[in-house]
Design a protein. Structure first.
Length: 88
């Protein structure tokens, strides 16, 4: 990595988890990370059960009359891989 480079700019796919993603936060994300180069996903559900809702956030989600980003469609997890920078 070059000196002064922001490591966050290298991450192209982002996932919001834990709570319902609000429109204002989605808008702030895309103000910093333009949708032409970055993707934001809304993941909502219980990881303990291996099922969750998943939605790719698009521009129309941020400007609709509905307050909040759609939760998405049900996904059934068959496996999860967690990655950390610098991990062995």
């Amino acid at each position: 990595m070059k000196s002064g480079e922001n490591v966050l700019n290298r991450i192209k796919h982002w996932i919001s988890v834990g709570e319902t993603l609000q429109q204002d936060l989605g808008k702030k994300f895309y103000e910093i990370f333009p949708p032409s180069s970055y993707t934001l996903y809304n993941l909502y559900g219980t990881s303990e059960h291996g099922e969750f809702l998943f939605h790719k956030v698009i521009d129309s989600d941020l400007n609709s009359e509905i307050h909040g980003i759609p939760l998405g469609t049900v996904q059934v997890v068959t496996g999860i891989l967690c990655l950390r920078l610098g991990a062995e």
